[in-house]
Ligand binder design. Structure first.
Ligand SMILES: *Cc1c(COP(=O)(O)O)cnc(C)c1O
Length: 366
C-alpha cells in the first residue's frame, strides 16, 4: 500500500478561479498561465481542465508548451520568455506557439528563419528584467518589418513588479509608461496584468490579462488570503497521522529538541516533510487541520515527517488524514508562517507526492 500522502487537485475549483479571473478581466480576455508544471498542479491535467474555458495558455519555455501538446490540447500557447535558441523558431511555427521577443538576439533568430511564429514584443516599463525600453520600440518594430515579421506581430506585453501591494502607485506608473510606449500601434493587442493586477481597483486590463497564481486559489495580494479574494483552493495537501503519543511536561520532540511540552500534551506525527516539499521553515504554530479541528505544528519539520499538537483534536488517531493546506487552511497562511509565498509552496511539492485529480462538481474521479 502506498503512503496516503497526496495532493488532491480539484479541477472544479480551478475552473471557478479561472472564471473569476475572466470576470475581473472583462472585457479583456485571460490567457491562463500554467508554467512550472501548472504551479505544481500538473501542467497536462491543468491544460485539459481549462481547455474548454481558456482560449489561450501561457508558459515560460518551449518544453512546457510541448507538454500542453502532449496532453492533446492544441490551443495557442504564449512562451513568456520566448525562444532560448535559434532552433526554437521552427518548432514554434510548427506547433502554433506565440513567442515573446525581449532581446535583439531573438530578432536575429527571426531574421534567419524561413517562417516566423506570432510575436509579442516585450516592453520594459520599469521592472528591468526583460524587454525593450520604450525609447527603442520604434526601431524594434521597424526591424520586424524589415525582416518580414511585421505581419506576425500580435502586440505588446509588459510585466508589473509591485501589483501585489495595493498601497503603492508603481503599477499606475508602469501602466502609464506602457500605454504611452505603444500609442503608435493602436491596432495591435496589449497585455499587462498578472493575477495581482486583477484585484487593483481602476487597473486597465487592456486586451489580454495573464492570471497565474490566482487560478490555483492562492493569493497574489499582500495581506490577503486566496479565500478572502473569492478564490478556492485547488490543491489540498494531506498526509496521515502515523503515530500519536502524550508528552509529559519537560519532554521535547524532533531534531534539536526545539519544542518542549510545558504541560501534558497529546501530539501526533504526520507522514510528510520537506522531502515532499512541505517547507522546513514552517515552525511551531503553523496551522494544519484534522477531523474538523484546527491544530498547529510543533518543533522542526523533518524530511519525511512533522509533529503536530493534538490538544485541539482529542479524537484524532493514527490513520486520520491531516490537511497541511487546502480548503480549511489556506496555503497563504502556511506561506506566511514559513516566510515565503504560496507560489513557492505550490511549485515546490516534489514528485514523491502523487497528484490525485478530482472534480468536486462531479463525483467521478479523473
Ligand atoms: C508568471 C507570469 C505571469 C503570472 O503571474 P501571477 O503572479 O502568477 O499571476 C504573468 N506574466 C508573466 C510574464 C509571468 O512570467
Amino acid at each position: 500500500m502506498p503512503r496516503k500522502t497526496v495532493a488532491r487537485i480539484d479541477t472544479r475549483a480551478l475552473r471557478h478561479n479561472y472564471r473569476l479571473a475572466c470576470r475581473l478581466a472583462s472585457p479583456a480576455r485571460a490567457m491562463a498561465v500554467i508554467k512550472a508544471d501548472g504551479y505544481g498542479h500538473g501542467i497536462r491535467e491543468v491544460a485539459r481542465a481549462l481547455a474548454s474555458d481558456a482560449p489561450k495558455f501561457a508558459v515560460a519555455c518551449l518544453e512546457e508548451a510541448l507538454a500542453i501538446r502532449e496532453a492533446g490540447v492544441d490551443h495557442p500557447v504564449v512562451l513568456l520568455q520566448g525562444m532560448h535558441s535559434a532552433g526554437d523558431v521552427a518548432t514554434c511555427v510548427c506547433e502554433g506557439f506565440e513567442v515573446v521577443v525581449h532581446s535583439g538576439y531573438q530578432l536575429d533568430w527571426l531574421d534567419q528563419a524561413d517562417e516566423r511564429p506570432t510575436v509579442w514584443v516585450k516592453v520594459n516599463t520599469g521592472m528591468n528584467r526583460l524587454g525593450f525600453a520604450p525609447s527603442v520600440l520604434a526601431d524594434v518594430m521597424a526591424r520586424l518589418d524589415t525582416i518580414g515579421a511585421g505581419e506576425t506581430v500580435a502586440g505588446f506585453v509588459t510585466h508589473f513588479a509591485c501589483a501585489d501591494d495595493i498601497s503603492r502607485d508603481d503599477t499606475d506608473q508602469q501602466t502609464r509608461v506602457f500605454s504611452e510606449a505603444v500609442v503608435d500601434w493602436p491596432k495591435l493587442e496589449k497585455s499587462a496584468s498578472n493575477s495581482a493586477a486583477h484585484f487593483l481597483p481602476a487597473q486597465p486590463s487592456f486586451d489580454w490579462t495573464r492570471p497565474g497564481i490566482m487560478l490555483y486559489g492562492a493569493s497574489p495580494t499582500l495581506g490577503k488570503t486566496g479565500p478572502e479574494l473569492g478564490l478556492e483552493a485547488v490543491m489540498t495537501l494531506e498526509a496521515p497521522l502515523t503515530a500519536v503519543r502524550t508528552l509529559k511536561p519537560g519532554e521535547s520532540v524532533g531534531y534539536g529538541y526545539s519544542w518542549t511540552a510545558i504541560q501534558e500534551t497529546r501530539m501526533g506525527i504526520v507522514a510528510i516533510g520537506y522531502g515532499d516539499g512541505y517547507p522546513r521553515h514552517a515552525g511551531t504554530d503553523t496551522p494544519a487541520w484534522v477531523g474538523g479541528n484546527r491544530i498547529r505544528l510543533i518543533g522542526r519539520v523533518s524530511m519525511d515527517m512533522l509533529a503536530v499538537d493534538l490538544t485541539g483534536a482529542p479524537e484524532a488517531c493514527p490513520g486520520d488524514l491531516v490537511e497541511l493546506w487546502g480548503r480549511n487552511v489556506s496555503v497563504d497562511e502556511v506561506a506566511q508562517h514559513a516566510g515565503t509565498i504560496g507560489y513557492e509552496l505550490l511549485t515546490g511539492i516534489t514528485a514523491r507526492v502523487p497528484r490525485l485529480y478530482e472534480d468536486s462538481g462531479n463525483t467521478a474521479a479523473g
